[in-house]
Design a protein around this ligand. Structure first.
Ligand SMILES: [Zn+2]
Length: 148
């Protein structure tokens, strides 16, 4: 463990306690493969069937995604989700309301449109808080974030 990881860990588990406790519970319950570390986050992989219901997301330092994605897409998803882990450290207890809720509503709205065979009029990542997560993720990881 390096110093940067320890500092991020302390911030996540004090200032960002709520979303990290939730994230840890989900990571324990949904774990199907070994967790792995990505920068200062822990990644949990889960299968396609569940992905369709939950999407990819981050709760504090816990990122949830699917390692069966094409490598380039997988890296973009990680970059985006890592942006949400940075938001968690910036916003602490305000994260669930300021980022979590609008992000969840946007995700479900897009899923709702797709299920009805309608195309959203814009990309998922162009508006708050997703565009902010993309900017932070790209800066922190050096990888291009999602552009869907
Ligand atoms: Zn997002």
């Amino acid at each position: 463990m390096d110093v940067q990881f320890i500092i991020c860990f302390i911030i996540q588990w004090t200032w960002g306690f709520i979303q990290n406790l939730s994230g840890l519970c989900m990571a324990v319950l949904w774990r199907q493969k070994d967790w792995h570390r990505y920068k200062n986050a822990i990644v949990t992989h889960y299968t396609n069937r569940k992905k369709a219901r939950k999407g990819y997301f981050a709760m504090g330092m816990f990122i949830f995604t699917d390692d069966m994605l094409p490598k380039a897409t997988y890296n973009k998803v990680l970059s985006h989700e890592y942006g949400h882990t940075v938001q968690s450290m910036m916003l602490g207890p305000f994260f669930p309301l300021v980022v979590g809720l609008p992000s969840m509503l946007r995700f479900h709205y897009f899923s709702f449109l797709k299920k009805r065979g309608r195309r959203p009029s814009e990309k998922y990542s162009v508006r708050y808080p997703e565009n902010w997560a993309n900017r932070l993720g790209e800066k922190a990881t050096g990888n291009k974030p999602i552009d869907w």
